[in-house]
Design a protein around this ligand. Structure first.
Ligand code: PRX
Length: 696
């Protein structure tokens, strides 16, 4: 297949465009038309109602665009026009770009606005601080309800500049990596933006990760500075963050400084590497000229699990990422000035990066930083927060919705949710029951519900029922439609796009988009092998998809050895690697199984060495502890089954398919097991699984 290359020059306006002929053919080969059967016929509506949120930068210049379908088609057929215009109107540039995209799938070189410069902190803070200094940029919804704290754009600018100056005084320079291990709080947002201001690359490590997971991520990024807080507080529990950092940095020689902010004010031991962040900021200047940052310079890296034991540092660009975050935030959620945007994700995940921090702040919004849990102090917490803060868009995870359903509607009905317009779901498939509850009970049937599909690697939302024609129906429990500029395809095992509707396949993306990840930090080969080599010419998501009879997309789940536990991605190999470090363990195989709250649970099949001295129950306890200390609490297996052996092919490969069936209580549908080296082991495992289930 010919490589997909788009090189577009913006010399006079947007006139000149060179698109490789075969690329154009590829881009056109799978028209998105079938997806928009519901568009109102040409001429029956005004420009402003073409799409669920108007996009005048485009429609004002293309009088022929009459429907949402036209607009979508323009976005995928002429991405240089679409993204170029939006990049000019929605971002503030230090040096304007003349080239929109210079990308080549074959080599994995993706460059958007490559000759432009812009500073992300200026885009997210300075320009709003100049226009609306007293507007709340952040509302910190602290763990204890009713203690929210507003941070205005003026105050945020002050924090960002002071913190940026502290980083500069610590010798952090453009391109250096800074690791953040912090709870959801304004200081964490300021730290991210301070890195952006000086052109440093931040690597936020979820503050639930263990010391070992943190150390591995600091080392992989060669971070020289770590920013943390004394402690964290979540659901009323205190989390000793500084203590974890102390233990981690002992194993990271590149770390020169640990900046410690006060969250609880606890007296934590301060060693030679440690400096109080507040004290350093108090004596730093509140002015910090923004660094000149190339559009393609990395803004951040964020680790995510893959099918090997080693998490990947996914690297994102500055301009392309920010543009995609801003455009998706506005158009998927129908964001309007004056709204209070409430994404309850932790900043340690991509959802927190894109829809707590960068998307909302790029749009000058008021964004909520939710520090607590869905059930603290009681299961009404989300809705009490919605009432108190008058939240207009609520964005959360199916796992939390399922948990809240169990507690009953009464917790929702207690509070006024009339401020809500959009309800979003992300991270895993939302089941029908959860979708309907979200729509009917939480939204009172009055809100637009958007099931949004995307990934750490995509930077922002890729599939979602909105944007679309304003009256286009929304089907329950599926992300349905591609975002502007996104052309999804489903591929068969031979890598060929599957045509027509009511078909399934590997979910790939045929177009290129500005928010896509640029590389795996320090390992471009792995980036190519994971995302571009499996289906040459396309981005492979790792997920399976189904296009229904109406042309709408539905996600069928991961196709690799990655599972999704409470909306968090976990490589089964990571859990296996951790458990096999136990001296009594011979071998393990970890699979996911359906879990009614978590989405997927972790099921570990384990074989033990002969003649072990410890009691089996003790070993199992230790295995749980190991996964907690090596990875995080969410990685602890829900089930550990000690087996006499694992089902292996004659070449020694573990047949995980069989283990998945057993874990899901589908042992009656195991199919052919005769290719196994020892088929008899299967019935032994099935029997053990049955006994363990009965004993529960
Ligand atoms: O399997 C898909 C699932 O989450 C994976 C991405 O995980 P992560 O990079 O941690 O990002 C999560 C937040 C964007 C995907 O490969 N996933 C995400 N959203 C959905 C989903 N599965 C089904 N439906 C969704 N809406």
């Amino acid at each position: 297949m010919a490589p997909l290359t788009i090189r577009t020059f913006l010399s006079r306006g947007f006139a000149l465009s060179r698109v490789n002929a075969s690329a154009k053919h590829q881009l056109n080969s799978l028209g998105g038309k079938c997806l928009y059967r519901y568009s109102v016929p040409v001429g029956t509506r005004s420009q402003s109602t073409i799409t669920s949120t108007p996009i005048p930068e485009i429609t004002d210049h293309f009088p022929n665009i009459r429907t949402h379908e036209d607009l979508y088609n323009l976005s995928v057929d002429q991405p240089e026009e679409f993204w170029g215009r939006l990049a000019k109107s929605r971002l503030q540039w230090q040096k304007e770009f003349t080239v929109v995209s210079e990308s080549e799938v074959a080599t994995g070189s993706f460059r958007w606005f490559p000759d432009g410069d812009l500073n992300v902190a200026v885009n997210c803070v300075d320009r709003h601080a100049a226009l609306t200094p007293e507007k709340s940029a952040l509302i910190w919804e602290k763990d204890e309800p009713g203690q929210e704290q507003h941070v205005t754009y003026r105050e945020l600018l002050d924090m960002v500049c002071r913190l940026a100056n502290v980083l500069l005084s610590e010798g952090v320079r453009k391109g250096d990596r800074v690791a953040l291990y912090m709870p959801v709080c304004p200081m964490a947002v300021a730290a991210m933006l301070a890195c952006a201001r000086i052109g440093a690359i931040h690597s936020v490590v979820f503050a639930g990760f263990s010391k070992e997971a943190l150390a591995a991520r600091i080392r992989d990024a060669s971070a020289s500075v770590v920013i943390t807080t004394d402690e964290g507080v979540r659901g009323g529990k205190v989390i000793p963050l500084k203590q974890t950092v102390d233990a981690a940095v002992k194993e990271c020689r590149a770390v020169r400084r640990v900046l410690v902010a006060a969250r609880t004010g606890a007296q934590v031991p301060m060693g030679p590497l440690d400096v109080s962040l507040e004290e350093a900021m108090a004596s730093a200047s509140s002015e910090c000229p923004p660094a000149t940052v190339g559009a393609e310079d990395f803004l951040f890296m964020l680790y995510t699990s893959g099918s090997t034991g080693k998490p990947k540092g996914i690297a994102h660009s500055s301009a392309g990422y920010l543009l995609y975050a801003s455009v998706t935030h506005k158009h998927v959620f129908d964001y309007r000035p004056g709204d209070v945007f409430g994404c309850v994700a932790d900043i340690g995940w991509i959802t927190g990066h894109t829809y707590v921090v960068y998307g909302p702040l790029a749009n000058g919004a008021t964004t909520v930083l939710f520090e607590s849990t869905p059930t603290y102090p009681d299961p009404g917490r989300y809705w009490e927060t919605v009432e108190r803060l008058r939240i207009t868009q609520f964005y959360g995870a199916p796992t939390a919705i399922r948990l809240l359903i169990k507690h009953g509607d009464i917790w929702v009905h207690k509070y006024d949710r009339s401020s809500l317009r959009t309800l979003g779901s992300v991270g895993e498939p939302i089941n029908h029951e959860a979708w309907h509850w979200y729509h009917t009970v939480v939204g009172n049937g009055n809100c637009t519900v958007v099931d949004t599909w995307w990934q750490t690697e995509t930077g922002g939302i890729m599939l979602s029922p909105r944007p679309s024609a304003p009256d286009a129906p929304i089907a329950p429990a599926m992300p349905m439609r591609p975002m502007f500029g996104i052309r999804p395809i489903l591929c068969d095992e031979k890598g060929r796009p599957v045509q027509g509707n009511d078909v399934s396949g590997a979910l790939c993306i045929q177009s290129l988009w500005p928010g896509m990840a640029r590389t795996v930090f320090g390992d471009h080969k792995r980036f190519m092998e994971t995302y571009f080599n499996p289906y040459p010419g396309y981005y492979f998501s790792g997920d399976g998809g189904h296009r229904d009879a109406d042309g709408f997309y539905h996600i069928t789940g991961r196709m690799d050895d990655v599972i999704n536990v409470t909306g968090h991605r976990l490589g089964t190999a990571e859990v296996e690697d951790a458990m096999t470090e136990h001296p009594s363990v011979a071998e393990t195989a970890v699979v996911g199984f359906p879990h009614d709250v978590k989405g997927e649970g972790v099921y570990a099949f384990v074989t033990l060495k002969d003649n072990i001295e410890e009691e089996q129950a003790v070993v199992l306890d230790e295995l749980k502890k190991i996964t907690r200390t090596k990875i995080a609490a969410y990685a602890v297996p829900d089930v550990i089954l000690v087996c006499p052996g694992l089902p292996k092919t004659r070449s020694g490969k573990i047949m995980r398919r069989l283990l998945r069936q057993i874990a899901a209580n589908r042992a009656d549908a195991l199919g052919d097991v005769t290719t196994l080296a020892d088929p008899s082991v299967v019935s032994l495992i099935v029997e053990k699984h049955r006994q363990q289930n009965q004993a529960k």
